[in-house]
Design a protein around this ligand. Structure first.
Ligand code: NPW
Ligand code: ADP
Ligand code: K
Length: 478
């Protein structure tokens, strides 16, 4: 599992290493890692590093120091390097190294000598020591670079984003790539800051052994999903493999019921039951002859396209006392059905608009502060929340948070959330803890979209999910 840590934890872990190692060793590792990534990107873009024009936009702290040392490394290998200081003082040893390697100062008053000159710019204004937002000088500098079409590589973080929340409250740098040190920060994984990072490269500076095990946020990887997926053994039969129930779709939205069943029926659980509108039932049976009617289940998916019947469907599902995936039209009923102490095992699967309605918030505010709002809903309703988006979040009442990094924008297609709800319920029916089922479902759903590439519709996802699951299970068997 990949993880992100809070700034305070990164600082504490760095302090242990700083006390142990020789002066400057940690920064040397960071700077070398940065330089290698920058050199690699330049070489891929223009064939060779020698002669490439690199601008360093440098602030007062160690973030600037990283860039100055990296600039020295690049200059020694033939790049032309200039620095633009946004502060009266910059890292002394870093500046000396760059000057010794032939780097030159850019004149802030002459943009032709930097914005009109550079092939690439490094944003080293602030890293984890910065306050969110950009001062006006930095904002003007990056606007000028953007106007000249100069791509930006952020050092540790795009300056201006909030490292610990992933929020981008004010002006901030938008990078094509970000080279982050030691561990991910929340901002390199969680939107909207993750979008400002571009492609993220993690450079190992030896922090792993000194970072706390409790990460602020985790990322499931293929190996984690593969290890957790339940593979039936010789003694299993359809009931021990788990039965998943679907109460979704309505006369108004019949397709949502079919798609939710399709997500549940990818083959991970032993059996699928559908309970709902007669016409939807007939369509479900026509498409999935193996689906049966009411009876005992180990998990429910409820609410996708449920319309006015979503509340009754949710109450009926809750009465069974099994894990329940609460989607779409059922989400709003968390308001009165899930007061603290309710005792149900539930995951809500809203998109930003649905969570906004539940929390009486603006959709734009949920999109600007997704982690904050997901945590608020978890605290208010004592449920797991899977907040859908480009970077889907899963937050649990036990205090764990995960962000999903699989998927592509083609997933933003009608009905794709319905497939996800059915899939998560199917995974829970196989006996996985509901939060794990939610995180794994998001991972498989996103990975399936990557396999499909796009364009595709929601109905294409279940087959791809089955193929992705099959490939993962084969990997475990190897
Ligand atoms: N610790 C280590 O061993 C290692 C650390 N490493 C690196 O160090 C980085 C952390 O360095 P750091 O602590 O020096 O802080 P940093 O991010 O450079 O910013 C602080 C300066 O910025 C300024 N400033 C603040 N807000 C601002 C704003 N909104 N807009 C503009 N300016 C603003 C503020 O200046 P002042 O307010 O005093 O004018 C202050 O001086 C870390 O991200 C990583 O890159 C690596 O080398 C690995 C080893
Ligand atoms: N830009 C994007 N990148 C990756 N995934 C996305 C993006 N936009 C939407 N998704 C995913 O697509 C799905 C959409 O679900 P939802 O909004 O509930 O659609 P519907 O209600 O039509 O089923 C979610 O899983 C979400 O995470
Ligand atoms: K930076």
């Amino acid at each position: 599992m990949v993880s992100a840590h809070r700034v305070a934890d990164v600082r504490a872990a760095e302090d242990v290493l700083l006390r142990r190692g020789p002066d400057g060793a940690l920064m040397a590792r960071a700077a070398t890692g940065l330089a290698v990534v920058v050199a690699d990107r330049i070489t891929r873009a223009r064939g060779r590093l020698a002669g490439a024009r690199v601008l360093l936009v440098v602030g007062a702290g160690n973030n600037g120091g990283d860039a100055l040392f990296a600039g020295a490394w690049l200059a020694r290998r033939g790049a032309a390097v200039r620095w633009l200081a946004l502060s009266e003082h910059v890292h002394t040893d870093g500046l000396a190294a760059l000057q010794a390697a032939g780097g030159r100062a850019a004149d802030p008053e002459e943009p032709t000598g930097w914005a009109g000159w550079a092939d690439v710019a490094l944003d080293a204004v602030v890293g984890i020591g910065g306050r969110p937002g950009l001062r006006s000088e930095a904002a003007v500098t990056f606007a000028t670079l953007a106007a000249h079409g100069v791509p930006v590589i952020a050092v540790d973080l795009p300056s201006g984003v909030d490292p610990d929340t992933g929020e981008t409250p004010d002006l901030h740098v938008r990078a094509e790539a970000t080279v982050t040190f030691g561990t991910h920060k929340v901002a390199t994984l969680v939107d909207p800051a993750a979008r400002a990072c571009g492609e993220v490269h993690l450079v190992d500076i030896g922090l792993d052994e000194t970072l706390p095990e409790d990460a602020e946020i985790g990322v499931w990887e293929a190996a984690d999903v593969a290890a957790a997926l339940r593979v039936p053994s010789a003694g299993d039969h359809k009931y021990t493999r788990g039965v998943v129930g679907v109460r979704a779709g309505s006369a108004q939205y019949p397709g949502a019921g079919v798609l939710c069943v399709a997500g549940a029926a990818v083959g991970l659980a032993g059996m699928v039951r559908y309970v709902g509108d007669d016409a939807v039932t007939a369509e479900v049976r026509r498409r999935f002859p193996e689906v049966v009617g009411a009876g005992r289940v180990q998990a429910w998916a409820v609410g996708s396209g449920g319309g006015d019947g979503a509340r009754a469907a949710l109450q009926a599902a809750l009465a069974d006392g099994v894990p329940v995936v609460v989607d779409a039209d059922a989400v709003i009923h968390a308001r009165d059905l899930f007061a603290p102490g309710h005792g149900h095992d539930v995951v809500l699967t809203p998109h930003a608009g649905e969570l906004a309605v539940l929390l009486d918030a603006d959709r734009a505010d949920v999109e600007a502060r997704p982690l904050h709002h997901a945590r608020a809903a978890v605290a208010r309703h004592e449920v797991t929340v899977l907040l859908k988006g480009a970077r889907t979040l899963v937050v649990t009442p036990q205090g764990r948070s995960w962000v999903n990094t699989t998927g592509n924008p083609w997933l933003g297609t009608a009905g794709s959330g319905d497939v996800l709800a059915g899939l998560v319920a199917a995974l829970a029916a196989t006996g996985l803890p509901l939060p794990d089922a939610a995180a794994m479902g998001a991972w498989l759903h996103g990975r399936a979209a990557e396999e499909l590439g796009g364009p595709f519709t929601a109905g294409d996802l279940p087959h791809a999910i089955r193929e992705v699951s099959r490939a993962l299970m084969a990997r475990v068997g190897e």
